[in-house]
Design a binder for this molecule. Structure first.
Ligand SMILES: [Zn+2]
Length: 175
């Protein structure tokens, strides 16, 4: 999901959520354009393609997001130092497509859970370390099934760099 292309949908979500506040139930793992898919297990493996690995800032942003997933949820992260494969859960790549980044599932298991996905970040579209961290948190969030919302990094606000309790609940209980 290219975040800034979906502002209309986000505004619609926000206006409906005002009525019920932070306890609003949002969809979990329903797929694009605003959501991702369930991960295949709790071990979220990740890797960098060669272009991504050329940049320390890119590596730092990805590691921030994976450490945050590990710290905030019952999932854990495993770095695949030997490189990306067809079963690596989060395959970090750079993109120049419009928007700050996107997540795309590339393969599913027989249960319909995502086996492997691109987590793409458009570093050239952003100017701050905060924005890179928020975008990495956001796209990794899609890779574990989260949907856009306005309480955490699943928003477009770069000051929100973690997952809300509601989204942590989804990851821990609904996958
Ligand atoms: Zn998104």
């Amino acid at each position: 999901m290219k975040k800034k292309l979906w502002i209309g949908a986000l505004v619609a979500l926000m206006s409906s959520s005002i009525l019920v506040g932070a306890a609003i139930a949002d969809d979990y793992a329903v797929g694009p354009p605003n959501s991702g898919y369930k991960p295949d297990n709790g071990d979220h493996t990740y890797c960098w393609n060669s272009t991504f690995a050329d940049s320390q800032n890119a590596k730092d942003a990805s590691q921030y997001a994976m450490n945050n997933l590990d710290g905030q949820t019952t999932m854990f992260d495993t770095f695949i130092s030997s490189g990306c494969t067809s079963v690596t859960d989060a395959r970090f790549i750079k993109t120049t497509e419009p928007g700050d980044g996107y997540h795309q599932c590339l393969g599913f298991n027989s249960a319909g859970e995502c086996e492997t996905a691109h987590v793409a970040i458009n570093f050239g579209n952003m100017t701050s370390w905060a924005d890179w961290k928020q975008t990495a948190c956001h796209e990794v969030g899609h890779s574990v099934g989260l949907t856009h919302g306005n309480y955490d990094c699943m928003d477009t606000d770069e000051t929100k760099q973690q997952y809300s309790d509601h989204h942590v609940y989804h990851v821990n209980n609904d996958r």
